[in-house]
Design a protein around this ligand. Sequence first.
Ligand code: WT7
Length: 676
Amino acid sequence: MTGSSPDSGNTATALFEPSPEFRADANAGPELQEAADKDRLAFWADQAARLHWHEPWSEVLDWSGGAAGAEPAERPSYVAKWFVGGQLNVAYNCVDRHVLDGHGDQVAIHFEGEPGDSRNITYSELLAEVSQAANYLTEIGLEAGDRVAIYMPMIPEAIISMLACARLGLTHSVVFAGFSPSALRQRVDDAEARLVITTDGQWRRGKAAPLKEAVDEALYANGGTPHSVEHVLVVRRTNLEIEWTDGRDVWWHETVAKASTEHEAQPFDAEHPLFILYTSGTTGKPKGIVHTTGGYLTQASYTHHNVFDHKAGKDVYWCTADIGWVTGHTYIVYGPLSNRTTQVVYEGTPNSPDEHRHWNIVEKYGVSIYYTAPTLIRTFMKWGRQIPQAHDLSSIRVLGSVGEPINPEAWRWYREVIGANKAPIVDTWWQTETGAIMISPLPGVTATKPGAAMAPLPGISVKIVDDEGNDVTDSEKEADFSVRSAGSAHVGYLVLDQPWPAMLRGIWGDMERYKATYWEKFAEQGWYFAGDGARYDEDGALWVLGRVDDVMNVSGHRISTSEVESALVGHSGVAEAAVVGASDETTGQGIVAFVILKGSTENTGDALVTELKAHVSKDISPIAKPREIHIVPELPKTRSGKIMRRLLRDVAEGRELGDTSTLVDPKVFEDIRAAR
Ligand code: WT7
């Protein structure tokens, strides 16, 4: 088991019941679960009716791809089809229909730039700008099904670009603007993107940092080897000087901003690919997770409405994620906009110009729903409660958490200091692959417990099972992974035993890997294995414990151990590397690397460690930079040559060593400890 356990050992904690006032006015009520229990597919059909469909569907779900089959020809593809035959346009649902319904003057986006500039964009203005972008992308010859890479900071044009792609049936691939040129190139190549949309630079802690430069570097990588990109569309954000390739590069303000503001949205099939989003797996190569249109938007809209109790035209919503991650896709762009949300979009870091920034923004716009990650909550705790307490946060009425298990201490602080002991907290479990929230309390319905994600949402079905697939509540046996949490009854693997509308439809270009990664472990039963461990406590509350595979979770970012290992061995001085995630007070997990140098490499100590850290940071992204690197003479291996990461984790976390009996040479640890 990786990850810091949220388990305080004290699970008999009092429940926080929804207040009668909240309950009385909540979007969700007990009837949701009743309806889902009665007829799950009819329930989802009702949710899909939240959207505007140009053509109705003929069948809610076709799961013929998921039936277990023995003969090769009948082997399942595990690709679900939801709302078969239905047609819709995502951008129409997120923008046009609100304007047509008479809400064109409602603010869609309160944009707050890092340097202090701000801009309010109404739904009418959003429609005009999305239409302009759609017209220009059509003019340069892009057609439905083509891929577009979006490599941008958190500015309105990033959202406009995503919506313009959705409007035209172009499949977008958003690449986090903190990723390196080589990471960008890898993603551009994998999806064969025809267009990259970027900015000249981005604001970070008061400074303009280049961004277009990284695109140039990516596209010229490997001596300018051919790539699929025909155009680079550049938004001017910082006025930094940039290199320019005539014919390829175009300015947004000279093209999109001059295009017609009229554009008619065409419908696309419910299973048309909406986006690809790359995420880390257990091997070095990122996986291009594919999401489609109708089912995805249905679940995005349903969950945003019910989990956040969002009231259109009344609430001011703020999700602090970046559009480079799935949280930004589903809970900044598609869920909120489909529900006619007024939301804050903030460009920068939480401490620019100082630690008051978020609370200034909450006060300025009267934010009522605030959705963030445990790592940031722990950072706020470190900065001290006097900072939020210097502000009027009384507008806040719902608080959300996502990205990693939230420890009960952070949960309590969040409720007390930010939520004035009354705002319900929704701890939402989901993944890039699930597309939308799967497990979460429903405010106004579910009593909550500090640290627990509580229960699957109505319409979603989960199980916690042992290695054979037995329900852990019925079984004495626990799953075969080492669990450190105290008093952990009923621990096992988290599986999804029924298809859900926003589920991934595959890995771009690698359907074999899709099957192997998610469906092999419980192939017999046909269940999706999420990669997380979970448990029920004695009250039946569900706790997600974190990854059970070689995926680390650093500040809510998913990073594979092998990705960092391959970056390290990519350095000319390194012979071998092993990477583990060790628990970290602020970031959840921190990356700890053990490296063996090549014989010819001189061990310069700290200087070399600094160089190696910078190397990983540049090769992948600053988020993948190891917290510690230890230069060691040897790595612990089994007789079959497998690195014993579990033992390295024990070392990294300063624990007594676990079972070392399968090691070739148990003495390597004395050397490793000496090197620490
Ligand atoms: C992994 C998915 C979902 C958007 C952000 C991350 C962990 C996520 C929780 C939570 C415990 C959580 C899981 C999951 N995770 N939310 N509320 N409680 N763990 O998306 O990068 O695809 O990562 O994040 O380990 O598998 P992602």
